[in-house]
Design a protein around this ligand. Structure first.
Ligand code: NAP
Length: 343
C-alpha cells in the first residue's frame, strides 16, 4: 500500500500486555492498520496522513518515546529513505537551496531538524514554513557565523545537547564574493570567500565526522544488509568542476569543496560515513542576485535547458544523496546544472 507509516520505537524494556492492548487500539484508528509489531516497536500504516499524525501525538504507548512518520512506496517493509533521517543538520537554511532542502526533508518525513544561518530573519521565515508543513518537527534553529571556529563548536554542541546524535549533514552556507580579474582583487577578497565557502565547511565537516564516529553504526533501512553511521552532502557548484571569467576566489573555494568531499569520502568509506557533493548550475536564489549580474537571460541562454534551475530541484538531489537509497554512493560529485557542463 502506498501511503504513510508511523513507527514507535521501544525505549528499553520489552512491551508488556498493557502496551499490547494500547497498540491494538491503534489498529482501530480509521483507515490505519498495524503492519509490524515486535519487541522493537510497532509500525502503523495508513493512506491518511492526518490520522497518523493524530495517533503520533495523542496515543503514544507509554514505553515508546520516539515516533517517525514517513511516506512508504508500497513495497512491504521497504520504507522510504526518510526513515533514516532522524536528525538532519542544514546550514544556509535561511534562504535558497538550504531552505528548500529543509522543507523537502520535512516533506519526506524528517522530524528532527537543526537549521543554521548567519542572520535570524531568513531562519525565522524558514521556521514558519517548516511549521506550516508539519506541526511535528522538533526544530532547532541556530544563528551562527560558520566561518568562525568557536561558532561551529557551539552549533554542534547545541545539536548534541538537544538531539544526542546526528544522521545527515547538509553543508550549504555560501557566498559568491567579488567577481573581478585577479589583478583587481585583494587578498581580503580571497580570504572572505575561502573562509566562508571552504574553511568553514572543513570545520563543520570535521565536527560532523567526529559526531558520526561517536555513534554506533545502524543497518540501512533499504534492507540491503549494510550499515551506516551518517551521511554528508556538500553543496559545491558546477564551478567546482569548470571555471568562468573573473571568479577565481569562488572557483577556488568550490574546487576545494570537491577535493575535501572526495578525500573524506575515501578516508571514511569503510567506516559507515558517506560524503558526496552536489554541483548546481545557475539556480534562482538570492546568491545569484547578489552577483550583481544585471540580466539573468544570458545565463539561461548559456544553459542547454534554457532556464535557471530552482532551489527545489537541487533539494530533491540533496535528500536522495543524504538517504540510505544512495548507500553505494560516496565521493560522488553530482551535477545539477541543466546540462551546462556537457556543452
Ligand atoms: P543563498 O540563498 O544566498 O543561501 C546561502 C545562505 O548561506 C544565505 O542565507 C547566507 O546568508 C548563508 N551564509 C552565508 N555566509 C554564512 C556564514 N558565514 N555562516 C552561516 N551562514 C552563512 O544562496 P544559495 O543559492 O541557496 O546557495 C547555497 C549554496 O549553493 C552555496 O554554497 C552556493 O555557493 C551554492 N551554489 C549556488 C548556486 C546558485 O546559482 N544559486 C550555484 C552553485 C552553487 P547571507 O544571505 O546573509 O549571506
Amino acid at each position: 500500500m502506498a501511503g504513510y507509516q508511523l513507527e514507535f520505537r521501544r525505549n528499553d524494556h520489552p512491551m508488556d500486555n498493557r502496551e499490547h492492548e494500547e497498540l491494538a487500539l491503534l489498529g482501530h484508528v480509521p483507515a490505519a492498520h498495524i503492519v509490524d509489531l515486535t519487541d522493537l516497536g510497532i509500525v502503523v500504516e495508513s493512506t491518511a496522513r492526518d490520522n497518523l499524525e493524530r495517533v503520533a501525538t495523542q496515543v503514544p504507548p507509554p514505553s515508546m518515546s520516539q515516533s517517525f512518520l514517513a511516506p512508504v512506496d508500497g513495497v512491504k517493509n521497504k520504507r522510504c529513505q526518510e526513515w533514516t533521517m532522524d536528525v538532519v543538520y542544514i546550514s544556509g537554511a535561511g534562504s535558497g537551496i538550504g531552505r528548500a532542502s529543509a522543507l523537502q526533508f520535512v516533506a519526506d518525513g524528517a522530524r528532527k531538524l537543526a537549521i543554521v544561518d548567519i542572520v535570524s530573519g531568513g531562519l525565522q521565515q524558514s521556521t514558519a514554513l517548516i511549521k506550516e508543513r508539519s506541526s511535528h518537527v522538533d526544530l532547532l534553529s541556530i544563528v551562527a557565523d560558520l566561518s568562525k571556529e568557536e561558532e561551529v563548536h557551539r552549533v554542534f554542541a547545541e545539536i548534541q545537547q538537544r538531539f544526542g546524535r546526528l544522521d545527515v549533514a547538509v553543508n550549504c552556507a555560501g557566498i559568491t564574493g567579488t567577481y573581478l580579474p585577479i589583478e583587481q582583487l585583494s587578498s581580503a577578497d580571497l580570504d572572505k570567500v575561502l573562509n566562508v565557502n571552504l574553511r568553514s565547511l572543513w570545520l563543520c565537516e570535521k565536527a560532523q565526522i567526529e559526531q558520526f564516529m561517536r555513534q554506533e553504526e545502524r543497518p540501512v533501512i533499504t534492507g540491503l544488509g549494510t550499515k551506516t553511521r551518517g551521511s554528508i552532502v556538500n553543496i559545491a557548484s558546477m564551478l567546482g568542476t569548470i571555471t568562468m571569467p573573473h571568479a577565481s576566489p569562488y572557483v577556488m573555494s568550490k574546487h576545494g569543496v570537491v577535493g575535501l568531499t572526495k578525500t573524506d569520502a575515501l578516508d571514511y568509506a569503510n567506516r559507515g560515513i558517506r560524503v558526496n557533493a552536489i554541483c548546481p548550475g545557475f539556480i534562482q536564489t538570492n546568491l545569484l542576485d547578489s552577483t550583481g549580474w544585471e540580466a539573468l537571460a544570458p545565463l539561461c541562454a548559456a544553459t542547454p535547458m534554457n532556464r535557471l534551475g530552482t532551489a527545489e530541484e537541487v533539494a530533491f538531489v540533496v535528500t536522495f544523496l543524504a538517504s540510505d537509497r544512495a548507500s553505494f554512493m560516496t565521493g560522488s560529485v553530482v551535477l545539477a546544472d541543466g546540462g551546462y557542463t556537457v556543452k
